[in-house]
Design a protein around this ligand. Sequence first.
Ligand code: SF4
Length: 443
Amino acid sequence: MKTLVAKAGNVLIGSGHPIVVQTMCNTHTSDIEATVEQCRRMKEAGAEMIRITVPGLQDVSHIKEIKQRLRSEGIDTPIVADIHFSSATAIAVASVVEKVRINPGNFHKDHEKAKEQFARFIEVCKENGTAVRVGINHGSLGEYITNLYGNTPVGMAKAAMEWLDMCVENDFYNVVVSLKASNTLVMVEAYRLLYKMMQEKGLVFPLHVGVTEAGNGDSGRIKSCVGISTILSEGIGDTVRVSLTEDPVDEIPVARYLADRYDHKLNSSLTSIAIEGKKAVATYHSPSRERLIEDLSCDFGKRLLDRELDDIKVKGSYLSDEGVETEISEEFGEYLADELLQACRRRFYRPEYVACPGCGRTMYDLQGAFEAVKARTSHLKDVVIAVMGCIVNGPGEMADADWGYVGEGDHKVSIYKGKTPVLRHIPDTEAIDRLVELIEKED
Ligand code: SF4
Protein backbone atom coordinates (compact mmCIF):
# COMPACT_ATOMS: atom_id res chain seq x y z
CA MET A 1 0.00 0.00 0.00
CA LYS A 2 1.28 3.44 -0.89
CA THR A 3 0.66 6.48 1.34
CA LEU A 4 0.89 9.77 -0.50
CA VAL A 5 2.29 13.14 0.52
CA ALA A 6 0.71 16.44 -0.53
CA LYS A 7 2.79 19.60 -0.75
CA ALA A 8 1.31 23.05 -0.23
CA GLY A 9 4.10 25.61 -0.47
CA ASN A 10 6.68 24.60 2.13
CA VAL A 11 4.31 22.33 4.07
CA LEU A 12 4.21 18.56 3.62
CA ILE A 13 1.03 16.70 4.53
CA GLY A 14 0.74 12.95 5.02
CA SER A 15 2.78 9.77 5.19
CA GLY A 16 4.22 10.27 8.68
CA HIS A 17 4.92 14.01 8.48
CA PRO A 18 3.84 15.91 11.61
CA ILE A 19 0.12 16.70 11.73
CA VAL A 20 -0.44 20.14 10.19
CA VAL A 21 -2.52 22.72 12.09
CA GLN A 22 -4.75 24.97 10.02
CA THR A 23 -7.53 27.50 10.35
CA MET A 24 -9.67 29.79 8.21
CA CYS A 25 -10.27 33.53 8.03
CA ASN A 26 -13.76 34.85 8.79
CA THR A 27 -13.08 38.32 7.40
CA HIS A 28 -14.44 39.47 4.05
CA THR A 29 -11.84 38.62 1.43
CA SER A 30 -12.44 41.99 -0.23
CA ASP A 31 -11.37 43.63 3.05
CA ILE A 32 -7.70 43.13 2.41
CA GLU A 33 -6.49 45.03 5.46
CA ALA A 34 -8.66 43.03 7.90
CA THR A 35 -7.77 39.70 6.26
CA VAL A 36 -4.03 40.39 6.31
CA GLU A 37 -4.30 41.41 9.97
CA GLN A 38 -6.19 38.23 10.84
CA CYS A 39 -3.59 36.13 8.97
CA ARG A 40 -0.82 37.81 11.00
CA ARG A 41 -2.56 36.86 14.25
CA MET A 42 -3.13 33.32 12.99
CA LYS A 43 0.52 32.92 12.06
CA GLU A 44 1.60 34.23 15.45
CA ALA A 45 -0.75 31.76 17.18
CA GLY A 46 0.81 28.85 15.24
CA ALA A 47 -1.32 28.30 12.14
CA GLU A 48 0.63 26.29 9.57
CA MET A 49 -1.89 26.80 6.76
CA ILE A 50 -4.52 29.52 6.36
CA ARG A 51 -7.71 29.17 4.34
CA ILE A 52 -9.49 32.15 2.85
CA THR A 53 -12.83 32.05 1.10
CA VAL A 54 -13.00 33.02 -2.57
CA PRO A 55 -16.72 33.34 -3.31
CA GLY A 56 -16.36 34.51 -6.90
CA LEU A 57 -14.01 35.57 -9.68
CA GLN A 58 -13.91 39.14 -8.34
CA ASP A 59 -12.11 37.83 -5.22
CA VAL A 60 -9.21 36.24 -7.08
CA SER A 61 -7.42 39.59 -7.27
CA HIS A 62 -8.13 40.16 -3.58
CA ILE A 63 -6.54 36.89 -2.49
CA LYS A 64 -3.60 37.63 -4.79
CA GLU A 65 -3.02 40.93 -3.03
CA ILE A 66 -3.46 39.38 0.42
CA LYS A 67 -0.84 36.76 -0.43
CA GLN A 68 1.58 39.38 -1.79
CA ARG A 69 1.17 41.50 1.35
CA LEU A 70 1.85 38.51 3.60
CA ARG A 71 4.90 37.42 1.63
CA SER A 72 6.31 40.96 1.69
CA GLU A 73 6.11 40.78 5.50
CA GLY A 74 7.96 37.44 5.51
CA ILE A 75 4.85 35.40 6.34
CA ASP A 76 5.19 32.32 4.15
CA THR A 77 2.27 30.31 5.57
CA PRO A 78 0.60 28.51 2.64
CA ILE A 79 -2.70 30.06 1.59
CA VAL A 80 -5.64 27.81 0.77
CA ALA A 81 -8.44 29.22 -1.38
CA ASP A 82 -11.88 27.97 -0.36
CA ILE A 83 -14.30 27.39 -3.25
CA HIS A 84 -17.84 26.12 -2.93
CA PHE A 85 -19.58 26.18 -6.29
CA SER A 86 -17.74 28.19 -8.91
CA SER A 87 -15.44 25.99 -10.98
CA ALA A 88 -14.37 29.06 -12.97
CA THR A 89 -13.13 30.63 -9.72
CA ALA A 90 -11.34 27.42 -8.74
CA ILE A 91 -9.54 27.35 -12.09
CA ALA A 92 -8.66 31.06 -11.91
CA VAL A 93 -7.29 30.93 -8.36
CA ALA A 94 -5.32 27.68 -8.80
CA SER A 95 -2.31 29.56 -10.16
CA VAL A 96 -2.42 32.13 -7.34
CA VAL A 97 -2.40 30.12 -4.08
CA GLU A 98 -0.59 27.06 -2.73
CA LYS A 99 -3.73 24.98 -2.27
CA VAL A 100 -7.39 25.06 -3.29
CA ARG A 101 -10.26 23.45 -1.40
CA ILE A 102 -13.14 22.38 -3.60
CA ASN A 103 -16.24 20.23 -3.39
CA PRO A 104 -16.21 19.12 -7.03
CA GLY A 105 -19.67 17.54 -6.78
CA ASN A 106 -21.01 21.07 -6.47
CA PHE A 107 -19.19 22.37 -9.56
CA HIS A 108 -22.24 21.67 -11.70
CA LYS A 109 -25.67 20.04 -11.30
CA ASP A 110 -24.88 17.93 -14.35
CA HIS A 111 -22.35 15.38 -13.10
CA GLU A 112 -20.60 15.00 -16.47
CA LYS A 113 -20.10 18.77 -16.70
CA ALA A 114 -18.73 18.82 -13.13
CA LYS A 115 -16.22 16.14 -14.16
CA GLU A 116 -15.14 18.14 -17.21
CA GLN A 117 -14.52 21.22 -15.08
CA PHE A 118 -12.68 19.15 -12.48
CA ALA A 119 -10.33 17.81 -15.18
CA ARG A 120 -9.60 21.39 -16.35
CA PHE A 121 -9.00 22.48 -12.78
CA ILE A 122 -6.55 19.62 -12.14
CA GLU A 123 -4.53 20.57 -15.22
CA VAL A 124 -4.01 24.10 -13.86
CA CYS A 125 -3.04 22.70 -10.46
CA LYS A 126 -0.53 20.35 -12.09
CA GLU A 127 1.03 23.17 -14.10
CA ASN A 128 1.40 25.36 -11.01
CA GLY A 129 2.31 22.80 -8.34
CA THR A 130 -0.89 23.66 -6.47
CA ALA A 131 -2.27 21.19 -3.93
CA VAL A 132 -5.98 20.36 -3.83
CA ARG A 133 -8.33 19.38 -1.05
CA VAL A 134 -11.34 17.40 -2.15
CA GLY A 135 -13.61 18.58 0.66
CA ILE A 136 -16.84 16.65 0.96
CA ASN A 137 -19.38 17.78 3.57
CA HIS A 138 -22.35 15.90 4.95
CA GLY A 139 -25.30 18.03 3.89
CA SER A 140 -23.78 19.35 0.69
CA LEU A 141 -23.22 16.19 -1.30
CA GLY A 142 -23.96 16.54 -5.01
CA GLU A 143 -27.34 15.39 -6.27
CA TYR A 144 -25.69 12.62 -8.27
CA ILE A 145 -24.36 10.98 -5.09
CA THR A 146 -27.41 11.51 -2.87
CA ASN A 147 -29.59 9.89 -5.55
CA LEU A 148 -27.34 6.83 -5.41
CA TYR A 149 -26.45 6.52 -1.71
CA GLY A 150 -28.50 9.09 0.20
CA ASN A 151 -27.01 11.67 2.49
CA THR A 152 -24.95 9.05 4.32
CA PRO A 153 -21.37 8.26 5.38
CA VAL A 154 -21.22 5.75 2.51
CA GLY A 155 -22.33 8.49 0.10
CA MET A 156 -19.64 10.81 1.46
CA ALA A 157 -16.88 8.20 1.12
CA LYS A 158 -18.04 7.15 -2.35
CA ALA A 159 -18.18 10.78 -3.49
CA ALA A 160 -14.60 11.31 -2.32
CA MET A 161 -13.40 8.11 -3.98
CA GLU A 162 -14.88 9.09 -7.31
CA TRP A 163 -12.93 12.37 -7.39
CA LEU A 164 -9.76 10.71 -6.08
CA ASP A 165 -10.03 8.12 -8.86
CA MET A 166 -10.26 10.95 -11.35
CA CYS A 167 -7.09 12.49 -9.90
CA VAL A 168 -5.30 9.16 -10.37
CA GLU A 169 -6.60 8.83 -13.94
CA ASN A 170 -5.17 12.29 -14.60
CA ASP A 171 -1.87 11.39 -12.92
CA PHE A 172 -2.38 14.02 -10.22
CA TYR A 173 -1.46 13.10 -6.65
CA ASN A 174 -1.01 16.41 -4.83
CA VAL A 175 -4.33 15.89 -3.08
CA VAL A 176 -5.76 15.89 0.45
CA VAL A 177 -9.27 14.69 1.20
CA SER A 178 -11.82 15.48 3.92
CA LEU A 179 -15.28 14.22 4.86
CA LYS A 180 -16.74 16.57 7.43
CA ALA A 181 -19.98 16.44 9.37
CA SER A 182 -21.26 18.11 12.50
CA ASN A 183 -22.57 14.77 13.73
CA THR A 184 -19.53 12.98 15.20
CA LEU A 185 -20.92 9.52 14.46
CA VAL A 186 -21.45 10.36 10.78
CA MET A 187 -18.06 12.01 10.51
CA VAL A 188 -16.16 9.11 12.13
CA GLU A 189 -17.95 6.48 10.09
CA ALA A 190 -17.31 8.39 6.87
CA TYR A 191 -13.55 8.72 7.52
CA ARG A 192 -13.26 5.07 8.52
CA LEU A 193 -15.07 3.96 5.36
CA LEU A 194 -12.99 6.18 3.11
CA TYR A 195 -9.73 5.01 4.67
CA LYS A 196 -10.75 1.38 4.14
CA MET A 197 -11.70 2.08 0.52
CA MET A 198 -8.35 3.80 -0.12
CA GLN A 199 -6.48 0.90 1.52
CA GLU A 200 -8.33 -1.58 -0.66
CA LYS A 201 -7.21 0.39 -3.72
CA GLY A 202 -3.64 0.38 -2.40
CA LEU A 203 -3.32 4.18 -2.52
CA VAL A 204 -3.92 6.29 0.58
CA PHE A 205 -4.29 10.06 0.13
CA PRO A 206 -3.58 12.34 3.11
CA LEU A 207 -6.61 13.16 5.23
CA HIS A 208 -7.72 16.56 6.48
CA VAL A 209 -9.75 15.82 9.62
CA GLY A 210 -12.40 18.04 11.18
CA VAL A 211 -15.86 18.24 12.67
CA THR A 212 -17.73 20.92 10.79
CA GLU A 213 -20.11 23.43 12.41
CA ALA A 214 -19.08 22.27 15.89
CA GLY A 215 -20.35 25.42 17.62
CA ASN A 216 -18.37 27.28 20.26
CA GLY A 217 -17.16 27.24 23.87
CA ASP A 218 -16.79 23.98 25.77
CA SER A 219 -19.25 22.08 23.56
CA GLY A 220 -17.50 23.12 20.33
CA ARG A 221 -14.15 22.02 21.76
CA ILE A 222 -15.50 18.73 23.14
CA LYS A 223 -17.29 17.84 19.90
CA SER A 224 -14.20 18.66 17.83
CA CYS A 225 -11.86 16.72 20.10
CA VAL A 226 -14.18 13.68 20.17
CA GLY A 227 -14.45 13.42 16.38
CA ILE A 228 -10.90 14.37 15.46
CA SER A 229 -9.21 12.33 18.20
CA THR A 230 -11.20 9.21 17.31
CA ILE A 231 -9.76 9.34 13.81
CA LEU A 232 -6.24 10.43 14.78
CA SER A 233 -6.03 7.73 17.47
CA GLU A 234 -6.50 5.15 14.71
CA GLY A 235 -3.36 6.42 13.00
CA ILE A 236 -5.41 8.20 10.32
CA GLY A 237 -5.24 11.92 9.66
CA ASP A 238 -2.54 14.32 8.55
CA THR A 239 -3.90 17.83 8.99
CA VAL A 240 -6.60 19.18 11.32
CA ARG A 241 -8.92 22.11 11.56
CA VAL A 242 -10.95 22.75 14.69
CA SER A 243 -13.95 24.70 13.48
CA LEU A 244 -15.35 27.07 16.15
CA THR A 245 -17.92 29.87 15.95
CA GLU A 246 -15.41 32.21 17.62
CA ASP A 247 -12.38 34.26 16.65
CA PRO A 248 -10.59 31.73 14.39
CA VAL A 249 -7.36 32.34 16.32
CA ASP A 250 -9.05 30.50 19.24
CA GLU A 251 -9.15 27.35 17.11
CA ILE A 252 -5.39 27.05 16.94
CA PRO A 253 -4.51 26.00 20.53
CA VAL A 254 -7.11 23.20 20.35
CA ALA A 255 -5.80 22.02 16.98
CA ARG A 256 -2.22 22.27 18.27
CA TYR A 257 -3.15 20.15 21.28
CA LEU A 258 -4.64 17.46 19.00
CA ALA A 259 -1.66 17.50 16.65
CA ASP A 260 0.85 17.26 19.51
CA ARG A 261 -1.08 14.58 21.33
CA TYR A 262 -1.31 12.32 18.28
CA ASP A 263 2.26 13.10 17.22
CA HIS A 264 3.10 11.69 20.69
CA LYS A 265 4.48 14.94 22.04
CA LEU A 266 2.21 15.16 25.09
CA ASN A 267 0.33 12.88 27.45
CA SER A 268 -3.09 13.08 29.05
CA SER A 269 -3.47 14.45 32.58
CA LEU A 270 -5.63 11.42 33.44
CA THR A 271 -4.14 9.97 36.63
CA SER A 272 -6.42 7.01 37.32
CA ILE A 273 -9.38 5.20 35.85
CA ALA A 274 -11.76 2.64 37.34
CA ILE A 275 -14.29 0.77 35.21
CA GLU A 276 -17.59 -0.20 36.85
CA GLY A 277 -19.57 -2.24 34.31
CA LYS A 278 -19.72 0.10 31.31
CA LYS A 279 -19.14 3.24 33.36
CA ALA A 280 -15.70 4.81 33.75
CA VAL A 281 -14.66 6.78 36.81
CA ALA A 282 -11.84 9.04 35.65
CA THR A 283 -9.57 11.13 37.85
CA TYR A 284 -7.63 14.04 36.38
CA HIS A 285 -5.00 16.45 37.66
CA SER A 286 -4.93 18.90 34.76
CA PRO A 287 -2.71 21.91 34.17
CA SER A 288 -5.76 23.97 33.08
CA ARG A 289 -9.53 23.83 32.59
CA GLU A 290 -9.11 23.79 28.79
CA ARG A 291 -6.63 20.94 29.02
CA LEU A 292 -9.01 18.96 31.26
CA ILE A 293 -11.72 19.28 28.60
CA GLU A 294 -9.38 18.28 25.77
CA ASP A 295 -7.87 15.33 27.66
CA LEU A 296 -11.25 14.02 28.76
CA SER A 297 -12.71 14.26 25.23
CA CYS A 298 -9.74 12.45 23.70
CA ASP A 299 -9.43 9.82 26.45
CA PHE A 300 -13.08 8.78 26.35
CA GLY A 301 -14.70 10.11 23.15
CA LYS A 302 -13.88 7.11 21.00
CA ARG A 303 -14.87 4.61 23.71
CA LEU A 304 -18.25 6.29 24.15
CA LEU A 305 -18.83 6.71 20.42
CA ASP A 306 -18.04 3.06 19.82
CA ARG A 307 -20.27 2.03 22.78
CA GLU A 308 -17.42 0.36 24.62
CA LEU A 309 -18.53 2.57 27.54
CA ASP A 310 -21.97 3.97 28.36
CA ASP A 311 -21.27 6.58 31.02
CA ILE A 312 -18.53 8.47 32.81
CA LYS A 313 -17.88 10.20 36.13
CA VAL A 314 -15.16 12.83 36.26
CA LYS A 315 -13.19 13.65 39.43
CA GLY A 316 -9.92 15.27 40.44
CA SER A 317 -8.66 18.79 39.93
CA TYR A 318 -7.30 21.36 37.49
CA LEU A 319 -5.27 24.52 37.82
CA SER A 320 -7.34 27.70 37.46
CA ASP A 321 -6.14 30.63 35.31
CA GLU A 322 -4.60 32.02 38.51
CA GLY A 323 -2.66 28.77 39.04
CA VAL A 324 -4.82 27.64 41.98
CA GLU A 325 -5.56 23.92 42.28
CA THR A 326 -9.34 23.66 41.90
CA GLU A 327 -11.33 20.58 42.72
CA ILE A 328 -13.69 19.25 40.03
CA SER A 329 -17.00 19.70 41.89
CA GLU A 330 -19.79 17.19 41.54
CA GLU A 331 -21.75 19.73 39.51
CA PHE A 332 -18.84 20.47 37.15
CA GLY A 333 -18.11 16.74 36.80
CA GLU A 334 -21.74 16.12 35.82
CA TYR A 335 -21.64 18.99 33.32
CA LEU A 336 -18.50 17.54 31.71
CA ALA A 337 -20.07 14.08 31.51
CA ASP A 338 -23.28 15.54 30.00
CA GLU A 339 -21.36 17.52 27.40
CA LEU A 340 -19.15 14.57 26.48
CA LEU A 341 -22.07 12.17 26.17
CA GLN A 342 -23.94 14.68 24.03
CA ALA A 343 -20.91 15.19 21.76
CA CYS A 344 -20.77 11.40 21.36
CA ARG A 345 -24.53 11.39 20.68
CA ARG A 346 -25.18 9.01 23.55
CA ARG A 347 -27.35 11.27 25.73
CA PHE A 348 -29.04 14.56 24.86
CA TYR A 349 -29.50 16.84 27.86
CA ARG A 350 -29.98 20.09 25.90
CA PRO A 351 -30.64 21.04 22.27
CA GLU A 352 -27.99 19.97 19.83
CA TYR A 353 -26.49 23.07 18.22
CA VAL A 354 -24.91 23.22 14.81
CA ALA A 355 -23.16 26.49 13.97
CA CYS A 356 -20.75 27.23 11.17
CA PRO A 357 -17.57 29.15 12.01
CA GLY A 358 -18.43 31.93 9.57
CA CYS A 359 -16.17 33.02 6.75
CA GLY A 360 -15.85 35.76 4.16
CA ARG A 361 -19.42 35.03 3.09
CA THR A 362 -20.89 35.95 6.49
CA MET A 363 -22.77 39.25 6.37
CA TYR A 364 -23.95 39.58 9.99
CA ASP A 365 -22.93 39.10 13.62
CA LEU A 366 -22.95 35.30 13.56
CA GLN A 367 -21.25 34.83 16.93
CA GLY A 368 -23.70 37.19 18.66
CA ALA A 369 -26.71 35.56 17.01
CA PHE A 370 -25.50 32.09 17.98
CA GLU A 371 -25.11 33.12 21.63
CA ALA A 372 -28.59 34.70 21.60
CA VAL A 373 -30.18 31.60 20.02
CA LYS A 374 -28.49 29.36 22.60
CA ALA A 375 -29.63 31.56 25.49
CA ARG A 376 -33.26 31.52 24.30
CA THR A 377 -33.48 27.80 23.47
CA SER A 378 -31.45 26.12 26.22
CA HIS A 379 -34.67 24.86 27.91
CA LEU A 380 -35.63 22.80 24.83
CA LYS A 381 -34.76 19.15 24.32
CA ASP A 382 -34.59 16.64 21.49
CA VAL A 383 -34.11 19.26 18.83
CA VAL A 384 -31.19 20.15 16.55
CA ILE A 385 -30.88 23.89 15.87
CA ALA A 386 -28.48 25.28 13.28
CA VAL A 387 -27.20 28.85 13.13
CA MET A 388 -25.52 29.50 9.81
CA GLY A 389 -23.47 32.35 8.49
CA CYS A 390 -24.74 32.77 4.95
CA ILE A 391 -27.79 32.15 2.83
CA VAL A 392 -25.78 30.80 -0.12
CA ASN A 393 -24.25 27.75 1.58
CA GLY A 394 -25.82 27.75 5.04
CA PRO A 395 -29.09 25.96 4.23
CA GLY A 396 -27.28 23.25 2.25
CA GLU A 397 -24.69 22.73 4.99
CA MET A 398 -27.15 22.31 7.87
CA ALA A 399 -27.31 18.55 7.22
CA ASP A 400 -29.69 16.95 9.72
CA ALA A 401 -30.74 20.05 11.70
CA ASP A 402 -34.45 20.27 12.62
CA TRP A 403 -34.43 24.07 12.52
CA GLY A 404 -32.15 26.61 10.93
CA TYR A 405 -31.50 30.29 11.65
CA VAL A 406 -29.75 31.66 8.58
CA GLY A 407 -28.50 35.24 8.55
CA GLU A 408 -28.64 36.94 5.17
CA GLY A 409 -27.08 40.30 5.94
CA ASP A 410 -28.85 43.65 5.88
CA HIS A 411 -30.47 42.67 9.23
CA LYS A 412 -32.56 39.97 7.58
CA VAL A 413 -32.89 36.32 8.63
CA SER A 414 -34.57 33.26 7.13
CA ILE A 415 -35.87 30.46 9.33
CA TYR A 416 -35.77 26.90 8.04
CA LYS A 417 -37.58 23.79 9.12
CA GLY A 418 -35.24 21.07 7.94
CA LYS A 419 -34.26 22.14 4.46
CA THR A 420 -37.45 24.15 3.84
CA PRO A 421 -37.59 27.91 4.42
CA VAL A 422 -40.68 28.66 6.55
CA LEU A 423 -40.04 32.36 7.17
CA ARG A 424 -38.05 34.41 4.70
CA HIS A 425 -36.25 37.73 5.08
CA ILE A 426 -37.67 38.61 8.51
CA PRO A 427 -36.01 41.37 10.58
CA ASP A 428 -33.23 40.08 12.86
CA THR A 429 -34.86 41.85 15.83
CA GLU A 430 -37.75 39.39 15.77
CA ALA A 431 -36.08 36.31 14.27
CA ILE A 432 -35.24 34.50 17.52
CA ASP A 433 -38.74 35.02 18.96
CA ARG A 434 -40.28 33.62 15.80
CA LEU A 435 -37.89 30.64 15.80
CA VAL A 436 -38.73 29.79 19.44
CA GLU A 437 -42.48 30.17 18.75
CA LEU A 438 -42.24 27.78 15.81
CA ILE A 439 -40.26 25.17 17.75
CA GLU A 440 -42.57 25.34 20.77
CA LYS A 441 -45.66 25.07 18.56
CA GLU A 442 -44.27 21.79 17.19
CA ASP A 443 -43.70 20.33 20.66
S1 SF4 B 1 -22.21 28.32 5.87
FE1 SF4 B 1 -20.83 29.51 7.17
S2 SF4 B 1 -18.75 28.70 6.82
FE2 SF4 B 1 -20.11 27.91 5.18
S3 SF4 B 1 -19.84 29.38 3.51
FE3 SF4 B 1 -21.62 30.12 4.68
S4 SF4 B 1 -20.75 31.52 6.21
FE4 SF4 B 1 -19.03 30.38 5.35
